[in-house]
Ligand binder design. Structure first.
Ligand code: BG6
Length: 483
C-alpha cells in the first residue's frame, strides 16, 4: 500500500525505549535504586505493588529488563539492519547520581552512556535522550518526598547539566520529563509516584500536591532548557530541549454542548503542562480553579520569570489512544480522568483496553500546533500485544503492522496536508521491553522479539517479527511504502 506521501529529507524514523525498561543491571557499576526498582510485576488485572525496600525473592522485572546493559552492541546491529535513523532512550539518573543528592557523579555510569552513545553513532543511529523517564532515585522519594520538595529541582538540574555537558557534542535532542501529563490520572500505581516520586500522601491532599510537584518539575525543566542552551553555546553544538506529553485526545461523548464544553476542559486540564512548557505561563482558568479549591501553591515571581524566559524548543509526545468524556454538571468543570471518561463506540481496543484511534493522531497534531506553534516529535506510538513465537521462530504480528499502517498514514497527512513540522517518528519500543504500567514482558511492542517471559525465564534470544521487515520498507521508502 502506497501512502501517497513521503516525509521530508532528514526525517528521523526510529524507535523509543527507557533505561529502566530494558537495561537490567539494576545494581551494577555503582547504580542506585530507582523508583522502578521497587515496583513488583503486575498484570493487566493486577496493579504493580510498590515495596518499601527491595524485598528478597520479589519479582522486580526492571532489575533484569532485557539485559540491554550488556547486549546493546548486538541490539544496535539489528537496529541498523532495521534502518533506524534515531533511537530514543533515557539516561538512568541512578547510574549517574545513585542516591540523587551526591556531590559528584558516578564515573562508571557516565562511561556506560559514553560507550552506548558512541555505539549508536557507529551504527549511524542518532541518540535522542530523555532525562527523566519514571526513574527518580528512590532515596529522593523516601528522604525528600520527591518533587514535592523544592530542593529536588537542584538535584535534577545538576544531574541534567552533568549529562548534557558530557554528551552535548553528540546528542542534539533532549527531553525533560516523560509524559508529565499523566499525573491527572488517579490510577494504580499512581503516576505521581512514577513521574514525581510522591509516595506517602493523604488522599485529600493529593491533588494540591500534584500541582505543586508539577510546578517544581516545570521550573526544573525550564532551568535545564536555559542551561542546555548555554552549554550548547560553549560546546558550539546544536542542542534542543523538548517537553514530553502523553497525548490522549479527549473527545466529547456526544454532540451535547455540555459534553463538548467538558471535553474542552478535559483537554485544558491534561495539557496545561504544555501551556507552561511551550507558552510560558499558567492559563487563567487554572489559576482560578486553584483559588476555588483553596490551594496555596509555592510559585514565586522568580519561578514565573524562569518559566517565561525558557520555553521548550519542541513538543515531543507519545500517542496511544483517545477517550471520551461526558458532562458532570459541575460548573467548575473539574475533570477527574478515571471517573469521567468513557468508551468510544467507533473504536476497538487492545487486549489491555487501550482504544485504537489512528485519526486522533492527526487531530492531536493539529490541536497542538494551533495552540503552541512549536515543531513536534512523535517519540512513542505503538501496539502492546501478546505475540507468539512459532516453532520455526517466526512472529506473525500482522495486527501490529495494521496498527502502524493506519497511524503512520494519519501522521503523514498531518505533515503533508496540514503542514505541521515534525522532526521524526519513534515508535515504542523497537525491541520488546518490560511494560511500564504492568511490569509484564508479555505486553510486547517491539519489531524485535525477545525470548523472555514475565518471570524473566527464557533464552533472551532476539528474533525478527514480521513487522521488522515491514518497518524496514517504511523507512527505506521514507514513509511512502506502508506495505
Ligand atoms: C508510555 C511510557 O506511557 O507508554 C512508556 O512512556 C511505556 O514507558 C509505554 O512503556 C507503553 O505503556 P506500557 O504500560 O504498555 O508499557
Amino acid at each position: 500500500m502506497s501512502s501517497g506521501y513521503k516525509m521530508p529529507d532528514g526525517f528521523l524514523w526510529g524507535s523509543a525505549v527507557a533505561a529502566h525498561q530494558l537495561e537490567g543491571a539494576w545494581d551494577v557499576d555503582g547504580k542506585g535504586v530507582s523508583i522502578a526498582d521497587v515496583m513488583l510485576a503486575g498484570n493487566k488485572d493486577t496493579p504493580r505493588v510498590v515495596t518499601d525496600t527491595v524485598e528478597p525473592g520479589g519479582n522486580y522485572p526492571n532489575h533484569r529488563g532485557i539485559d540491554f546493559y550488556h547486549t546493546y552492541p548486538q541490539d544496535f546491529k539489528m537496529m541498523k539492519e532495521l534502518g533506524l535513523k534515531a533511537f530514543r532512550t533515557s539516561i538512568a539518573w541512578t547510574r549517574i547520581f545513585p542516591n540523587g543528592d551526591e556531590a559528584e557523579p558516578n564515573e562508571a555510569g557516565l562511561q556506560f552512556y559514553d560507550n552506548m552513545i558512541d555505539e549508536m553513532l557507529a551504527n549511524d543511529i542518532e541518540p535522542v535522550i530523555t532525562l527523566s523517564h519514571f526513574e527518580i532515585p528512590y532515596h529522593l522519594v523516601t528522604e525528600y518526598g520527591g518533587f514535592s520538595n523544592r530542593k529536588v529541582i537542584d538535584f535534577f538540574v545538576k544531574f541534567s547539566d552533568t549529562v548534557i555537558r558530557r554528551y552535548g557534542d553528540r546528542v542534539k535532542y533532549w527531553m525533560t520529563f516523560n509524559e508529565i501529563t499523566n499525573q491527572t490520572a488517579w490510577m494504580d500505581p499512581h503516576p505521581m509516584l512514577q513521574n514525581s516520586g510522591l509516595k506517602d500522601y493523604k488522599e485529600d491532599e493529593a491533588q494540591e500536591l500534584m500541582y505543586q510537584a508539577s510546578h517544581y518539575e516545570l521550573v526544573a525543566s525550564a532551568l535545564v532548557t536555559k542551561h542546555a542552551h548555554e552549554i550548547a553555546a560553549e560546546l558550539h553544538a546544536d542542542i534542543q530541549v523538548g517537553c514530553m506529553l502523553s497525548m490522549n485526545p479527549v473527545y466529547p461523548a456526544s454532540t451535547k454542548p455540555e459534553d463538548i464544553l467538558m471535553a474542552q476542559r478535559a483537554m485544558q486540564t491534561r495539557y496545561y503542562w504544555g501551556d507552561v512548557h511551550a507558552n510560558s505561563h499558567y492559563p487563567n482558568w487554572l489559576k482560578n480553579f486553584w483559588q476555588h479549591k483553596g490551594f496555596h501553591l509555592d510559585i514565586t515571581k522568580e519561578d514565573e520569570t524562569i518559566l517565561a524566559e525558557n520555553t521548550v524548543d519542541y513538543v515531543a509526545f507519545s500517542y496511544y489512544m483517545s477517550w471520551t468524556v461526558s458532562d458532570t454538571g459541575d460548573e467548575w468543570l473539574e475533570y477527574n480522568e478515571d471517573e469521567n471518561h468513557g468508551d468510544n463506540p467507533f473504536l476497538e481496543k487492545s487486549d489491555w483496553g487501550w482504544q485504537i484511534d489512528p485519526v486522533g493522531i492527526r487531530w492531536a497534531m493539529n490541536w497542538m500546533w494551533d495552540r503552541w506553534h512549536k515543531p513536534m516529535f512523535i517519540v512513542e506510538n505503538g501496539f502492546g500485544a501478546y505475540d507468539k513465537l512459532t516453532e520455526d521462530n517466526q512472529i506473525h504480528d500482522d495486527y501490529r503492522i495494521s496498527y502502524f499502517q493506519r497511524h503512520i498514514k494519519a501522521m503523514e497527512q498531518a505533515v503533508a496536508l496540514d503542514g505541521i513540522p515534525l522532526y521524526g517518528y519513534l515508535p515504542w519500543s523497537g525491541i520488546d521491553v518490560v511494560s511500564a504500567s504492568t511490569g509484564e514482558m508479555l505486553k510486547r511492542y517491539g519489531f524485535i522479539y525477545v525470548d523472555l517471559d514475565d518471570m524473566g525465564e527464557g533464552t533472551g534470544k532476539r528474533y525478527y517479527k514480521d513487522s521488522f521487515k515491514w518497518y524496514q520498507k517504511v523507512i527505506s521508502s521514507n514513509g511512502a511504502d506502508l506495505g
